[in-house]
Design a protein around this ligand. Structure first.
Ligand SMILES: NC(=O)c1ccc[n+]([C@@H]2O[C@H](COP(=O)([O-])OP(=O)(O)OC[C@H]3O[C@@H](n4cnc5c(N)ncnc54)[C@H](O)[C@@H]3O)[C@@H](O)[C@H]2O)c1
Length: 391
């Protein structure tokens, strides 16, 4: 599937499931409540593929006003500005930061650029919502997080999988012991790999930060922080053809498997790759099979569809052995809603489920998986986050 097909399919899916939040009242410094104060001024950097999914969503949010766009390929910023009626566009972050004021930077650039650009925005005292990963190493991510706190702003990183009603349902089944004692879980996500940009295959790219990141966030979100892991990662397809650079060598892993140990001896396995044929394409639209399964002493449950675009949860328990499908309504959840969720938080104070410590933990796991491959051994993890996410 090429980028155009993907965006049009995902965009259609998202438009059909978009539901606007219902309440908001922010006040200005004088304590007056007025409509203009509701909107968080957003600057988006990176006007490639994913911006075509973010922009239609963010421009409909009652909490956001997209005031500027930026891309080092300036014609892309200009094109998006025309399509979405954004008044200001810039060719680099320096010009953007010096230009029309904004509150929140939404970073949709190449993965390798995230750490550097997020730091520049934080230094300019902007809040930051970053596509995954929020930095290129765990230590860089931790540094950015601490820098944000010191400067009185904050940084958050995709994905937003904890926002889905299917995630909430699964978390509640685990927390209320409907599955008994959960011991094992599996998750997978893959497709044939993007064909538009080389960065997915270059150093600090790879299927883990692009795809595995969703399953790692869901698995740790449901089962708790991981204490240690073992992993193997490798390259299956050594060269690729991509639109922006032609024939390239693949450096970052396109095939990955991780086993994580959570608290109380719970084990989970996740796999991701850029060599997976999937008749349902990148978006998984219409697929009826689980991508995440977990088993306990008194039940099992399975997430239908991908965790970033789920369709339901199949569950069977000892007291009701027939598998039934629950939570078939996603209630407006869409994977690209993270930036709008942060705008809602900044406008209303409603604390999001999305948590920077969780994103940092996921980042540490991805880095540790690569280290486990290099060193051929189990890696202990040091980071953690507030858990359970939902009770
Ligand atoms: N494409 C998707 O479907 C998708 C979905 C979810 C998340 N993401 C994530 O979104 C990010 C972008 O992915 P994409 O597919 O849109 O890539 P893309 O190559 O289509 O777009 C990236 C854009 O960023 C611009 N850019 C790069 N460095 C820049 C810099 N220093 N300053 C300004 N602009 C810069 C590029 O010119 C390009 O236009 C990645 O982190 C990816 O993992 C993508």
């Amino acid at each position: 599937m090429n980028r155009k097909d993907f965006i049009s399919r995902v965009g259609l899916f998202c438009a059909s499931t978009l539901v606007a939040p219902t309440v908001l009242h922010a006040s200005n410094e004088q304590g007056e409540s007025k409509d203009a104060d509701k909107k968080i001024r957003v600057g988006i950097i990176g006007c490639g593929s994913v911006s075509g999914v973010y922009l239609p969503h963010l421009t409909k949010s009652p909490y956001a006003e997209v005031v500027s766009l930026c891309d080092i390929k300036p014609e892309r910023a200009e094109r998006r500005a025309k399509t979405y009626n954004v008044q200001n566009f810039y060719p680099n972050i320096e010009a953007m930061l010096a230009g029309v004021p904004f509150d929140l930077l939404v970073n949709l650039t190449d993965m390798q650029e995230h750490g550097k650009l997020n730091r520049q925005a934080l230094m300019a005292k902007k809040y930051v919502w970053s596509e995954k990963p929020m930095a290129n190493t765990y230590s860089e991510g931790r540094e950015l997080h601490d820098l944000a706190i010191r400067l009185g702003v904050r940084i958050w990183g995709a994905p937003a999988v904890v926002n889905s009603p299917q995630f909430a349902y699964m978390s509640q089944q685990i927390q209320t012991k409907k599955l008994g004692r959960v011991s094992s879980a599996h998750a997978h996500y893959g497709h044939e790999g993007p064909n538009w940009s080389a960065f997915f295959y270059e150093k600090d790219g790879g299927s883990l930060p692009d795809l595995g990141v969703y399953n790692i966030a869901t698995m740790t979100g449901l089962l708790g922080p991981a204490k240690s892991l073992v992993a193997m990662v490798n390259v299956v397809t050594p060269t690729r053809n991509v639109s922006d650079k032609g024939h390239i060598q693949v450096i970052a892993e396109d095939n990955a498997m991780i086993i994580m140990e959570h608290q109380n001896n719970v084990l989970s396995h996740i796999q991701s790759g850029f060599n997976y044929f999937d008749p349902y394409g990148h978006a998984g639209t219409g697929q009826d099979r689980p991508t995440i399964s977990m088993w306990g002493t008194e039940g099992n449950m399975h997430l239908i569809g991908y965790d970033w675009a789920p369709f339901g949860v199949d569950i069977a328990t000892k007291d009701n052995e027939k598998t039934r499908r629950e939570v078939t309504d996603s209630k407006g959840y869409v994977w690209q809603e993270g930036a709008a969720t942060i705008c809602e938080y900044l406008a209303t104070g409603k604390e999001p489920l999305i948590n920077a410590e969780h994103a940092l933990h996921v980042l540490e796991i991805m880095e540790a998986a690569r280290l486990s491959q290099i060193e051929g051994k189990r890696i202990q993890l040091k980071s953690s986050f507030r858990w359970p996410v939902i009770t």
